[in-house]
Design a binder for this molecule. Sequence first.
Ligand code: WT7
Length: 650
Amino acid sequence: MSETLANLLQENRRFEPPAALADAANVKADAYEEADADRLAFWAKQAHRLDWAKEWDQVLDWSNPPFAKWFVGGELNVAYNCLDRHVAAGRGDKVAIHWEGEPGDTRTLTYADLHALTCQAANALADLGVRAGDRVAIYLPMIPEAAVAMLACARIGATHSVVFGGFSADALSGRIQDASAKVVITADGGYRRGKPSGLKTIVDEAVAQCPTIEHVLVVRRTGQEVAWSERDLWWHETVETASTEHEAQPFDAEHPLFILYTSGTTAKPKGILHTTGGYLTQASYTQHAVFDLKPETDVYWCTADIGWVTGHSYIVYGPLSNGATQVMYEGTPDTPHKGRFWDIVDKYGVTILYTAPTLIRTMMKWGDEFPAAANLSSLRVLGSVGEPINPEAWMWYRKNIGHDNTPVVDTWWQTETGAIMISPLPGVTGTKPGSAMRPLPGISADVVDDEGKSVPNGGGGFLVLREPWPSMLRTIWGDDQRFIDTYWSRFPGMYFAGDGAKKDDDGDLWLLGRVDDVMLVSGHNISTTEVESALVSHPSVAEAAVVGATDPTTGQAIVAFTIPRGSVDTAGDAGEALIKELRDHVAKTLGPIAKPRQIMLVAELPKTRSGKIMRRLLRDVAEHRSLGDVTTLQDSTVMDLISDGMKSAK
Ligand code: WT7
């Protein structure tokens, strides 16, 4: 890839695991050797961490690639593995979920409580005619019923399709129709930014277009008034009156567990299909290995929403299959104040925190005083996921949240991979700020060039996966051909992740974002991430997004949208001076080729509801086009502000 990238890779800070953590770690360095010696035996061993009703005959059937079958002939029940077996082992009184509502109300659910509720929901769904193989849509806020609804589906073999509660009626109805769901589980609303938001209204609008929906099951959360029709049922009248006895039947290892649609930065969303045995094996193992989770002593908190794959694998299936105690929070990080997250860590004594770079950068912008005001000494492992974490944010996270001695695990994976694929192991890996380091044991990731040839250390190219893995997607729901075309055609015999990556001189991996986020400036490949990193390393910059805009002389030119830190003066000449300083700073850091043609100082950046920067819209602005589809944007007013600024800057 680009020569300038060398700069990002000159990162030479390295942080070894604390000795005590390394000594007591769940997974040690020998896991890599074990998996290298016999990958399938390694995964079979991890599958044995679960309870199977029937042992498999074959670990992997790869006779018809890219359609994989894992643990062929095996049978198990996912909900049994997440609940019943812990209760049966005498851990029914252990707290499963410390739930914190945004207004400050709380609930504590033990494993026995969660088991009873899930049995009730399973009985209620069965009474409504939901059978194994049917699809159920779930459109809920971050309340315990979201986990219960998913587990109840898994328990009866229904395939859930969780749709993030921030999505529009159109997005919801499109997903319901694609999966032909029979039932929707929703709530009257949820709390966000101090206000009850409406969910049932959106479901009513969506379901009007969905003839397959027979019932809408509604949890009462906010108590707001909702319209009611014949197909609607209250959760408290249906589920909470059902029997708490339900015997979980085992299902085939390849029985469909869930469909999850990938976030809409592209065209029609893809229904990613995950199945039972392989998915649970890898979600469960990675929870144990990457977070070093000790169910007896840890308090784990993943700040994702259940509507994303992170919420599926690392709020529901990973933690619960391991018998963890976790925190679940309903609302936004700045309600009622910007220290809310750190108060929660303090209150529950959170030991393991898993969050996203966009949140870390937001916290950086808000200021060090907020984490400093809370007692964060309980934390012992910090995780990051969702996009490349630039070294500055990584360092800030370690220093301000991790009191400078807590391992930071940057975890690379995708909705499609189902579970973490590339990450440090907290008790093994000496980490480098900004690098996801190495594929986990049992995972074969590589970086290849245009022709699919493995690049040497120091080289860059495309991230691929060379061997099937247990929690891999099985197909795109209803569209095998699109599955083949999207993931398996760019490089024959390899899974194409769509991300750019680089191997450093030690062979450690640096993820560079989506390949369509790579710019070609005067024949040099420059990743948007490296220019963003350079900008954010300047003390006056809080956040930056970079796009390539068509340019008559250079092919593409770099256009940067930059949020200055709160205290920085940007009025008039001071703003002009800052822009010049930043352009020079990037040129000095990365080389003159990476000097942005234009830098815009902005107040906000356009993000999807999952927090990804929508570079497509910024590209529209930079190329003076009218804006494309903005329906997946979190806050639609952001683009007006940016476009106006662009006009006055011309
Ligand atoms: C894309 C997948 C995996 C759960 C959340 C996102 C980017 C994810 C990292 C990371 C660099 C990352 C990739 C990937 N991504 N984690 N640690 N470093 N990039 O799931 O919505 O399916 O997005 O997120 O570009 O392809 P998703």
